[in-house]
Design a protein around this ligand. Structure first.
Ligand code: NDP
Length: 241
């Protein structure tokens, strides 16, 4: 049995690709999800990876969810904070709910899950925490002040927690994807992608979820033991930090 990895939002989109890449690399994987039971059941049937439902924005739910995963699979050694949502609006029209839902699901979640796994990782002297940020954290995005702020928060959190845990064999890193061809992006009309999105990307195409997943698998590996506090940009050259 390989190391145990927990991927939040691991049943769909980029998270699904991460769950599958880690399984392929030999990890024992558990995939969390929030509410889409049908997608989670289909994912588990196809991949044989168990799906565990809990709300990553709720600390007590994370505590119970993690306990269930660890009772089943053993201590979590690799945590991938991937779950995320968007609630877009320009700030002068953004509701407090749109702000707080995004902060809760995209940033509070990263504190919740990381806080809960760190104790065991510190005791065992090994751990990997990898959080999915976004290009929009780095460059900002019209209509996404909530999302940009939450995703930028992940980068600061990553740098601080990396310093706090470096001496304990734990690395803490972020990955910042650009436009990735998930269901949401594929639903955008082809002419919009071809005329407005692709010209922004020097590589000339959208990224694939598997390309993000392979970066996560590298950061989870022993080979990446000297990489910590970093943000790996995976954006086809669209924005160079
Ligand atoms: P999807 O919408 O395809 O999947 C999101 C996943 O997160 C689902 O499994 C969903 O569960 C889960 N989730 C959402 N809310 C919660 C919650 N409260 N508790 C537990 N799980 C939850 O997302 P993507 O694959 O597009 O994005 C994955 C990550 O990558 C996100 O953090 C996103 O911000 C980031 N990202 C995406 C980019 C893109 O181009 N797609 C670009 C840059 C960053 P359920 O199925 O139950 O809803």
């Amino acid at each position: 049995m390989g190391r145990v990895a927990l991927v939040t939002g691991g049943t769909r989109g980029i998270g699904r690709a991460i769950s599958m890449a880690l399984k392929e690399a030999g990890y024992t994987v558990a995939a969390n999800y929030g509410g889409n039971d049908a997608a989670a059941e289909a994912f588990s049937a196809e991949t044989a990876i168990p799906a565990v439902k809990f709300d990553v924005g709720d600390y007590a739910a994370c505590e119970a969810g993690l306990a269930a995963v660890e009772a089943d699979a053993g201590p979590v050694e690799v945590l991938v904070n991937n779950a995320g949502i968007i609630r877009d609006a320009v700030v002068h029209r953004m509701s407090p709910e749109q702000w707080s839902e995004v902060m809760r699901t995209n940033l509070d979640s990263v504190f919740n899950m990381t806080r809960l796994v760190l104790g065991g990782m510190r005791e065992r002297g090994f751990g990997r925490v990898i959080s999915i940020s976004s290009i929009n954290a780095q460059k900002g995005q019209f209509g996404q002040a909530n999302y940009s702020a939450a995703k930028a928060g992940i980068i600061g959190f990553t740098k601080a927690v990396a310093q706090e845990n470096a001496a304990k064999g734990i690395t803490v890193n972020a990955v910042a994807p650009g436009y990735i061809a998930t269901e949401m992006v594929r639903a955008v009309p082809a002419e919009v992608i071809n005329e407005r999105v692709l010209p922004l990307i020097p590589v000339g195409r959208l990224g694939e979820p598997e390309e993000v997943a392979r970066c996560v698998a590298f950061l989870a590996s022993d080979d990446a033991g000297f990489v910590t506090g970093a943000t790996l940009t995976v954006n086809g050259g669209q924005y160079l930090t």
